[in-house]
Ligand binder design. Structure first.
Ligand SMILES: *[C@@H]1O[C@H](CO)[C@@H](O)[C@H](O)[C@H]1NC(C)=O
Length: 296
């Protein structure tokens, strides 16, 4: 009886388990799954086991519409926050790249105003140098024009934007030098700052240069920094070749670099030049920025 009963009992239990087992099993599994899940989050982990959790999706997106709250501003300040994108190209020399600094129309307008007055570019001559014996160092054509001379107002806008990007007042800038390089034309490596050892004592010194590329160049015409990241150890290194950090001109983009360290001495890595244009034309507007106000 007992054996039969247990047999019968086990049989009925089995059929009972079959009837209730699936939902119960499911609940049980769910319970252990959740318990395990929370335990893995809540219980202290071994120090050397990294906790890897998926990043929340929202953080992956850049919120374009993000607005900053402007602070109360001073009388000479501005009421809104603006952003001017830039890329640091180098710390030695300090060189920044500003994509889309000027519009296509502004570039075209600047080329147009320069075309009428182009003349062969000249050099600041050192002792013993003449126009004749320095021929070939700088072969571009160019002209100088100040913002006040430009009735279209383009140079005014560009100058203002350069001053805001550098936080060096407009009064410290020389007039724009607009240059055209044709095929084969170049500018040998040089410093924009005037070394007192070569040029004598300087009342006013160039701190920084802002180059605005007014055209694309099909091939060549890069701005180059042959000493980027320090003087080369190789004595045969030819800094007059198109070497070092090279920046391909792109219409509307700006390049800013500093010729002086914050302490006022000349940064040797600010040596730069223009590689020869191989195909096409290169148009560039340069603004040299000084440590003294300019009175022109
Ligand atoms: C000026 O600063 C540069 C870079 O920090 C440094 O190498 C140089 O020795 C400094 N010159 C003087 C005269 O202090």
């Amino acid at each position: 009886m007992k054996i039969r009963g247990s047999k019968a009992g086990s049989g009925s239990r089995w059929s009972l388990g079959w009837k209730l087992g699936l939902p119960a099993l499911f609940l049980l599994c769910s319970f252990f799954f959740l318990a395990g899940f929370f335990a893995s989050i809540l219980l202290p982990q071994e120090e050397d086991v990294p906790i890897v959790r998926p990043a929340p999706r929202l953080l992956e997106k850049v919120d374009e519409s993000m607005e900053f709250d402007p602070l109360p501003h001073g009388q000479t300040g501005e009421s809104s926050i603006t952003s001017t994108p830039f890329q640091i190209l180098s710390w030695k020399p300090r060189a920044l790249y500003f994509p889309h600094f000027a519009t296509v129309e502004q570039c075209q307008s600047m080329i147009k105003m320069a075309k009428a007055q182009l003349a062969p570019s000249t050099l600041a001559l050192r002792e013993g140098e003449t126009a004749e014996n320095t021929k070939g160092i700088r072969t571009s054509s160019g002209m100088f024009i100040s913002a006040s001379e430009d009735k279209t107002g383009t140079l005014d806008l560009i100058e203002e934007k350069i001053a805001r990007a550098t936080m060096i007042p407009r009064s410290h800038g020389e007039a724009f030098n607009i240059l055209r390089y044709e095929v084969g034309q170049r500018y040998n490596s040089h410093y924009d700052a005037f070394n007192p050892a070569e040029y004598g004592p300087q009342k006013s010194q160039r701190i920084a240069s802002f180059l605005l590329y007014l055209s694309d160049v099909e091939e060549g015409g890069e701005t180059m920094f042959p000493f980027e990241n320090g003087l080369p150890s190789d004595l045969n290194y030819d800094y007059q070749k198109c070497v070092g950090l090279k920046i391909k001109p792109r219409r509307g983009d700006g390049l800013l670099f500093y010729s002086l360290f914050p302490n006022g001495s000349i940064d040797v890595t600010s040596l730069h030049g223009s590689c020869p244009v191989i195909a096409g034309q290169k148009w560039v507007a340069t603004k040299w920025i000084r440590n003294q106000e300019q009175n022109d």
